[in-house]
Design a protein around this ligand. Sequence first.
Ligand SMILES: Nc1ncnc2c1ncn2[C@@H]1O[C@H](COP(=O)(O)OP(=O)(O)OP(=O)(O)O)[C@@H](O)[C@H]1O
Ligand SMILES: [Mg+2]
Length: 361
Amino acid sequence: MFMKKYLAIDIGNRKTKIVLGGIEKDKIVVDNYFITDTPTGIMEDGKITNLNGLIAMLKDSLKKGKIRGKHLVMSITGTGIITRDIQLPKSTDEELEKILGFEAQQYFPVELDNYILDFKVLEEIDSGDGVFNRVLLVAAPVNQVDEFMKVHKRLNKEIEAIDIPANNICKVLFGEAYVGKELNGKELPHEFAVLDLGAKTTGVYIFSSGKLKFSRILLNGSGDIDDLIASQLNVDFSKAEEIKIMVGNLIADDDLINPNSEDAKISNLIKPAVNNLMSDINRFIEFYNSRSTGNRLDRIFLCGGGSKLKGIDIYFRTYFNIPVEFLDPQKFVLYKGHKKMEEFSEDFVLLVNALGCLVRS
Ligand SMILES: Nc1ncnc2c1ncn2[C@@H]1O[C@H](COP(=O)(O)OP(=O)(O)OP(=O)(O)O)[C@@H](O)[C@H]1O
Ligand SMILES: [Mg+2]
């Protein structure tokens, strides 16, 4: 059977990622991708605020990237989207849908008429008194989803799905039908966290035995470092980002002979923003560790553009006191595009969320 190709779009606060690809055996196959700046003012907290601007940017990107593909999958996020992790007696998807039709309201503090509901079975639990499904419930505001549903029409595509980052990350790591499956020889540790360090947000995803146990999206990110540089050095935000990327190095003051060098000064300047982020992440990790005595993270995997900050892996490792690595593209992806493999490998950390959109049964 030939594989179905999907066109994945992840509109980040800073960068928009477009990927064309599908699944071959247990690997994600990427045929083509394109990354561009998300213009200011077209998205706000995951909501489309300027549809015309968004469509213009996407059309331009598809053209520049020479990306075809008909079957669109979009990533959606934002503080308006509410998730709940609940347990229900083991049932089929059809039965779950019926149960939730009656019972969903009790799980959400909002008027559900204004929301679109979806769910995903995360795991089967065989407890003493029966078999349960642990279910991730998702409620997305109707008006937010409605704007997303206009995109495919304007691009003359078909919409296949709109998915959230937590599910996308799961699918990159474990595939679509990850419930009850072994880890497909990807040799992931027993308990680990994936941190998606974005520009304005940081996704915290904790896994145990191949199951998503915890997910949160924090409202700080790599852009906090730009803000700090901008205010301290009195430069604009794009200059500040450039300084972060070119000179920012979290371990410069340890390694350099001259602790008074410019690099060491920048390193010390940006640390408060990174420390702040780490302590917020740590609160979630400690919460997770405290929920059960067996919970203890073995490793942290980093992705997102913010993970490209020099020295961040070593800095995180020192703080969290566990091994910190970058997600390894070769474990998950077969790149068949025309760009150099090194370029794709560099870009991979930015693409993770979009890559999850390609994984569909
Ligand atoms: N080499 C680098 N060094 C440090 N930071 C970098 C580097 N390259 C990119 N970044 C930062 O990564 C961020 C963009 O990453 P990413 O594309 O994952 O964010 P986003 O998805 O647009 O944001 P969000 O997830 O919050 O919506 C920017 O803040 C950018 O400055
Ligand atoms: Mg992102």
